[in-house]
Write a protein that binds this ligand. Structure first.
Ligand code: FE
Length: 214
């Protein structure tokens, strides 16, 4: 992922009434922009200048003195992923190939919603709830603050931002109402299917290379 502030994939009022224009303008235009600008400042004139966000994160994660860079880079990545995790007229029961995996790994859509909702509402303080693929099965995980599953060897499929800046303008302290609205109305299952397909193709690649080498 390049180190830029990506444009939102929809208009700033497209997720209303579940996420308002005011929230999106602040969240994308101020919070996300600040993370990207901070990373740019911190890598300027260093060996990490011009590198992809993922590389910056991996390098920064190895060096405790680069904690501020790591946090800002991870937040830049997480927010770029977040905008694609949402869409107008999204949410509801998952469609496409991921629906079968949800049934197999969670026991059905309702069980997934329950786990995702618990992960998002019980994350203490700032953080994220994620649907991830661990290489074998789907999982729901939480991360704190800027932490991201890609630093833990898991492939993100969808995320819900539960920092207060994501919901306070629209929902005040009612994080549970925000989480329900995101799950029921906004999650982008097409994006989740595309992420899962890429992860499965990547996991098959070494096997195919091995087979071709025989
Ligand atoms: Fe955020």
């Amino acid at each position: 992922m390049p180190l830029v502030l990506p444009s939102l994939p929809y208009a700033t009022d497209a997720l209303a009434p579940y996420i308002s224009r005011e929230t999106l303008e602040l969240h994308h235009g101020k919070h996300h922009r600040a993370y990207v600008e901070n990373v740019k400042k911190l890598v300027r004139d260093t060996a990490l200048e011009g590198r992809a966000l993922e590389e910056v994160m991996r390098e920064a994660a190895r060096d405790p003195s680069l904690r501020t860079l790591l946090n800002n880079a991870a937040q830049a990545w997480n927010h770029a992923f977040l905008w694609q995790s949402l869409r107008p007229k999204g949410g509801g029961v998952a469609t496409g190939p991921i629906a079968e995996r949800i049934h197999a790994d969670f026991g059905g859509h309702d069980r997934l919603v329950e786990q995702l909702s618990i992960a998002a509402t019980t994350q203490f303080g700032s953080g994220w709830a994620w649907l991830v693929f661990d290489g074998a099965r789907l999982q729901v995980v939480q991360t704190s603050n800027a932490d991201t599953p890609i630093l833990h060897g898991k492939t993100p499929l969808l995320t819900i931002d539960v920092w207060e800046h994501a919901y306070y303008v629209d929902y005040r302290n009612r994080r549970d109402a925000y989480v329900t609205a995101v799950i029921d109305r906004l999650l982008n299952w097409d994006f989740a299917n595309a992420n899962l397909a890429r992860a499965l193709a990547a996991s098959r690649r070494p096997v195919m290379a091995e087979a071709a080498g025989r």
